[in-house]
Design a protein around this ligand. Structure first.
Ligand code: G2I
Length: 468
């Protein structure tokens, strides 16, 4: 590895050690390198010069294959666990969570300075048996509990989550896909997004789907309308993932750039999340890269595997490396497109490196003086039939806080099933919520948030806040 490559890798690694440092480094590289005669020699380094990431799906059981990891570590600066963060992998039995394989991938990514995309929290497919057999309120609560638990486990380590995957039907109806989750009510998607935001306030929250590349397709339009509606109503959504599995039945559409820019115009990032192209058509690969570079808020591309033999549809040889790990013509086309760069019409938003892995998102930036000025608390609710998520915002008074306690009386029949960023004294009745180690100190006028999920009805809670 050359000095220069090492320096670039180190800069990508900086995204793990500091939000501002990472963003500044990426921005600086964009400025310094744009138009430079020095062409980057790897996909990740070249994408970073454009303020973007270039990622791949990774399978935990291949991390012991050195041919695989050599390419992974050299070429990519973002990884998406291919199956290891899915519902059947992380919650094989209800309320028994298994993060071993996902953690291995996250650890590998961190050791290499790569970011991680989380895939996926709520999906009709790859549900464990216990969930497949559930319906109604029980399923809704189980799904929300899953979202909360998994997003909490990976808080600070996952830059963006595919919160909900593939919720729309194929064909010309623009309807939701029928599934056990959909049958819990149309609002299951927004409930999942709110739970994810409460659990990991700093992760980018994405809706992810396939066959949404062609702007004129009913499915694309339906997803667009949902995102537009979410933005208008304040449902927390930050990005749209286009899987972009392309083949002769789903070819690269000439209006792909229109699709990217139309979603971006709604005020969300756009990420190409699972790119693979039958036969690895180099022209289509190049077009996809050029289209992403032309849209400022298209901030990253992930290919769905490294070598053809790693692909879920290996016989179609859709990836950038052949079975022996050699670069294919499509690789050269992608690298060249990244290096040539299309100048975006507005400055690129370098959104991926937003989350340091170790710092809790709500830690105040400065140490406040000993608190005497009190605190206030407000509660907001996301309710559904039979349950709710409460998000409580604690704001320090003029003196800041060293610690805080929020007291609330739950309505009769309401019971807390889990909570985050707080320690609670009880699960029902009058409950004292106290700070945990990392969020007790709040500077004057600053805020922190904690939350809890409950069964029953949560309306009518009035929080009082006491500072110490
Ligand atoms: O189907 C392609 C992708 C479509 N979008 C969502 C992605 O999550 C999806 O990925 C694929 C994985 O690439 C496959 O590896 O999802 C498949 C399952 O829906 C994955 O296949 C599964 C097999 O079906 C299982 O039999 C196998 O145990 O992979 C599992 C782990 O190897």
């Amino acid at each position: 590895m050359t000095q220069q490559l090492r320096r670039r890798k180190a800069r990508i690694a900086a995204t793990w050690s500091g939000i501002l440092a990472g963003v500044a480094a990426a921005a600086a590289m964009t400025t310094v390198m744009a138009g430079s005669a020095v062409a980057a020699t790897t996909l990740g380094a070249s994408a970073a010069e454009r303020g973007r990431y270039f990622g791949t799906a990774v399978a935990a059981n291949k991390l012991s294959d050195s041919a695989y990891t050599t390419i992974l570590n050299r070429e990519f600066n973002s990884v998406t666990p291919e199956n290891e963060m899915k519902i059947d992998a992380t919650e094989p039995n209800q309320n028994q969570f298994n993060y071993a394989n996902a953690d291995r991938i996250v650890q590998h990514a961190r050791s290499q300075g790569m970011q991680v995309r989380g895939h996926t929290l709520a999906w009709h497919s790859q549900q464990p048996g216990w969930m497949q057999n559930m319906s109604g309120t029980a399923l809704r609560n189980a799904m929300l509990n899953h979202v909360t638990q998994v997003a909490t486990h990976f808080r600070g380590q996952v830059v963006a989550w595919d919160v909900v995957n593939e919720a729309f039907a194929d064909g010309s109806t623009g309807a939701r896909r029928d599934s056990n989750l959909q049958r819990t009510g149309d609002d299951w998607i927004e409930a999942a997004f709110r739970a994810a935001r409460a659990a990991d306030p700093n992760a980018k929250l994405c809706y992810n789907d396939y066959n949404t590349d062609d702007w004129t397709h009913a499915k694309t339009q339906a997803v667009y309308r949902m995102v537009q509606d979410f933005k208008q109503r304040g449902v927390p959504i930050d990005c749209v993932g286009l899987q972009s599995h392309m083949n002769n039945q789903s070819p690269y559409p000439s209006n792909y750039r229109t699709t990217l820019s139309s979603f971006a115009a709604l005020g969300v990032d756009v990420q190409i999340t699972e790119l693979d192209i039958e036969g690895a058509n180099a022209t289509w690969y190049r077009n996809v890269v050029n289209d992403c570079l032309a849209v400022a808020r298209c901030n990253g591309i992930t290919v769905w595997g490294i070598r053809d033999s790693d692909s879920w549809r290996a016989s179609q040889t859709p990836l950038l490396f052949d079975n022996n790990g050699n670069k294919k013509p499509a690789y050269d086309a992608v690298l060249q497109a990244l290096n040539n760069g299309v100048t975006p019409t507005t400055p690129p938003t370098t959104t991926p490196p937003t989350t340091p892995p170790t710092t809790p998102p709500t830690t105040p930036p400065t140490t406040p003086p000993p608190g005497t000025g009190g605190c206030t608390a407000t509660v907001s609710l996301n309710s559904w039939t039979g349950g709710f998520v409460a998000t409580v915002r604690v704001t320090a008074g003029a003196s800041g806080t060293n610690g805080w306690r929020v007291t609330m009386t739950l309505p009769s029949g309401a019971t807390i099933t889990n909570a985050w960023n707080t320690t609670r004294s009880a699960n029902s009745g009058t409950v004292n919520f106290t700070n945990v180690s990392y969020n007790g100190r709040i500077a004057a006028g600053q805020s922190t948030e904690f939350g809890f999920q409950g069964t029953g009805v949560g309306t009518g809670m009035t929080p009082t806040c006491t500072a110490s």
